[in-house]
Design a protein around this ligand. Structure first.
Ligand SMILES: [Zn+2]
Length: 137
């Protein structure tokens, strides 16, 4: 099943898996009203400021991929390929590539990277960086 982007008259945007292009548009999950199909992420690449999602926005869990749903995985693989191609042309779009040292609790929505720790502590080398809870790595 393909995955499409939809928007209702109230501006709620969501993605939905539908059997085929000609399938009826799903009702808005937020308000239940009729929806319009939006251009796919790839189509939005040309002529607008919309960007494919970065690797930091991609699902990182089994449930995040709808239990490994092939269409969801393919959707993300294509989106990330488009993003990678864009990042090669426009390196300023690149997400930070330094390793993430904390991604739970306080850091759930803004993972802490090694570069950020080094920027705030001034450390550039030395023993392993401490974990978020202060325990040695
Ligand atoms: Zn709505």
């Amino acid at each position: 099943m393909p995955i499409y982007d939809y928007e209702c008259g109230h501006g709620h945007r969501f993605e939905a898996l539908v059997p085929r292009w000609s399938s009826p548009h799903p009702a808005c999950p937020a308000c239940g009203t009729n929806t319009r199909r939006q251009p796919a992420a790839g189509a939005r690449l040309t002529g607008t400021a919309s960007l494919p999602p970065s690797s930091r926005e991609a699902p990182t869990t089994w449930l995040g991929t709808h239990r490994g749903n092939r269409e969801v995985v393919t959707h993300w693989r294509r989106a990330l390929e488009q993003r990678t191609a864009l990042e090669e042309r426009y390196p300023e779009l690149s997400a930070p590539r330094s390793p993430v040292v904390a991604h739970e609790g306080h850091y759930h929505h803004a993972p802490l990277t090694v570069d950020e720790v080094r920027a705030t502590t001034g450390r550039t080398d030395g023993p392993p960086l401490p974990k978020a809870d202060g325990a040695p790595a």
